[in-house]
Design a protein around this ligand. Structure first.
Ligand SMILES: C[S@@+](CC[C@H](N)C(=O)[O-])C[C@H]1O[C@@H](n2cnc3c(N)ncnc32)[C@H](O)[C@@H]1O
Length: 237
């Protein structure tokens, strides 16, 4: 899986890509992340990539020229078969585990990080295949969303985690939340680990975990259960 990230602040991505699973996936050749400085495609000698908004108002807007040129160049220099261009935008489609699974099916994702007041609308309309939001709040730029997508997609790539089945046991895989986890000590500040987990009875432990997952999904995220019911209904008809 290849990610081509276009950003005006390339240094922002370096740190998180150098740790843990992302680092190992890169070293193993499972993941390639190329970070491109948008200013390399600036059209003037001052490397300007933003300009004042038409119609007035506060903040600057990323110009379409450098972004279109960057995507064209990346596609030409590094062609990929199953390819998708994504714009990060708080008004985009909400990102979730299902989207991560869908995106993991591509060979390469081009990620466009917005900044300032936003990105010229023509980028969304005529360059990006889709716009993604990572939640109903506003960040200063698309770099943190890009890292969230790279991280969540990488976990799903074959070989990225020691156990390939691991993501299927995490929250959201089948429309429910994960069960609780405990480790040593068995008692901490008077709080005990549930007895069943110390019993060694794997059947009982599995049943307890299933019930915990069901109960906390119902309590914390009833919307997930409702959606699963709707999906089941839809597949019946
Ligand atoms: C300050 S924001 C622009 C917000 C825009 N004026 C609005 O209200 O919709 C600058 C950039 O950060 C990124 N961004 C901010 N919040 C985001 C979110 N929740 N999801 C995805 N991208 C986000 C986008 O790339 C956006 O272009």
């Amino acid at each position: 899986m290849i990610f081509d990230v276009i950003t005006a602040f390339p240094g922002m991505l370096e740190g998180p890509l150098g740790y843990s699973i992302l680092k190992r996936a890169r070293e193993a050749g499972i993941l390639t992340v190329r970070v491109h400085d948008l200013r390399d495609w600036a059209e003037d000698k001052h490397h300007k990539v933003d300009d004042a908004p038409y119609g007035g108002g506060d903040g600057m807007v990323l110009m379409p020229g450098p972004l279109f040129a960057a995507v064209d160049d990346i596609r030409k220099t590094h062609p990929a078969d199953r390819d998708r261009t994504i714009l990060f935008c708080p008004q985009g489609r909400p990102y979730d585990q299902e989207t991560a699974r869908r995106l993991a099916g591509y060979d390469r994702l081009i990620l466009i990080c917005g900044r300032y007041k936003g990105v010229d609308e023509r980028v969304r309309e005529h360059l990006a295949d889709e716009a993604i939001s990572i939640g109903d709040y506003v960040l200063t730029g698309g770099e943190i969303p890009a890292l969230a997508v790279i991280d969540s997609v990488t976990r799903l790539l074959p070989g990225a985690l020691g156990d390939e089945e691991a993501p299927t046991r995490d929250s959201f895989w089948d429309g429910s939340l994960d069960h609780p986890h405990y480790t040593r000590p068995a008692e901490f500040r008077g709080h005990k680990v549930p007895e069943v987990l110390l019993s060694g009875d794997h059947g009982k432990i599995a049943a307890w975990r299933r019930e915990q997952a069901r109960a906390r999904t119902a309590e914390r995220r009833p919307d997930l259960l409702q959606r699963r019911r709707e999906d089941d209904e839809a597949t019946k008809h």
